[in-house]
Design a protein around this ligand. Structure first.
Ligand SMILES: NC(=O)c1ccc[n+]([C@@H]2O[C@H](COP(=O)([O-])OP(=O)(O)OC[C@H]3O[C@@H](n4cnc5c(N)ncnc54)[C@H](OP(=O)(O)O)[C@@H]3O)[C@@H](O)[C@H]2O)c1
Length: 208
């Protein structure tokens, strides 16, 4: 099974690509620009941009992890064009390409944008629209809705119960990367939506 990672040059995407490659799993990295680190590892790279036609990136792929995002430094226009419209186009392209499992890195707040922080409501709406499109697509999906991302190493501890306290709604990027890979490899996660934070359980218990 060959996995296309969309957002492969990003912090989570890069970890997913490295981990799949190091464990001998076929992986293709979708990138917007050359990447010396991934190229030096001999990773199969497809140059493509979510704001353009990127359908060629899916050729020969069986599974997709979508972990792209426009980031906090760009405006709401890019959130719409990348996080929502780019994701929707990726879901449609995956459907056309016969992708067997689509794992989406969504976000806490996507379940109910009206009750989240006003400052990021547009982001939560975009994430929800993309998630809803995936739900309606007919694709096998797993949607992960992580809390605030941290750069510390993996903890190996997870919970799919989003805590009430905002300060506890956190998870390391490496743990999210491990969760994405676990979902690809675990049929029990198909057609499920998981809030995701660091906690006390192994993935097999948290995502049961
Ligand atoms: N920050 C948080 O606390 C938080 C919480 C929950 C969920 N999330 C979500 O987690 C995901 C990944 O987070 P991260 O920290 O790994 O993000 P990141 O480091 O900012 O990586 C995002 C990637 O998306 C790529 N990208 C942006 N626009 C693109 C386009 N038009 N076409 C193709 N690729 C494009 C970027 O490409 P370049 O490398 O070319 O720039 C980058 O590699 C995002 O979807 C984010 O919304 C974040």
């Amino acid at each position: 099974m060959t996995t296309l990672v969309i957002g492969a040059g990003g912090q989570i995407g890069r970890m997913i690509v490295r981990k799949l490659h190091e464990s001998g799993k076929p992986v293709i990295a979708m990138l917007r620009k050359p990447d010396a680190e991934l190229e030096s590892l001999g990773i199969d790279i497809r140059f493509a941009d979510l704001e353009e036609d990127f359908s060629h990136a899916l050729t020969g792929c069986d599974q997709v992890i979508f972990t792209a995002g426009s980031g906090a430094k760009t405006g709401a226009d890019k959130t719409i064009l990348v996080d929502m419209w780019g994701a929707i186009k990726a879901i449609d392209a995956a459907n056309k390409a016969g992708i067997k499992h689509f794992v989406m890195v969504s976000s806490r707040g996507a379940e109910d944008p009206d009750n989240g922080p006003a400052a990021i409501k547009h982001y939560s709406v975009c994430k929800k629209m993309a998630d809803d499109h995936l739900l309606a697509s007919g694709l096998n999906y797993t949607i992960l809705r992580p809390g605030r991302l941290l750069n510390e190493p993996a903890t190996g501890g997870f919970s799919s119960a989003m805590p009430e306290a905002k300060e506890a709604q956190i998870i390391t990027r490496e743990d999210v990367a491990d969760a994405c890979i676990y979902c690809l490899q675990t049929s029990g996660t198909v057609n499920k939506i998981y809030p995701l934070v660091n906690g006390n359980q192994p993935l097999a218990n948290a995502l049961n």
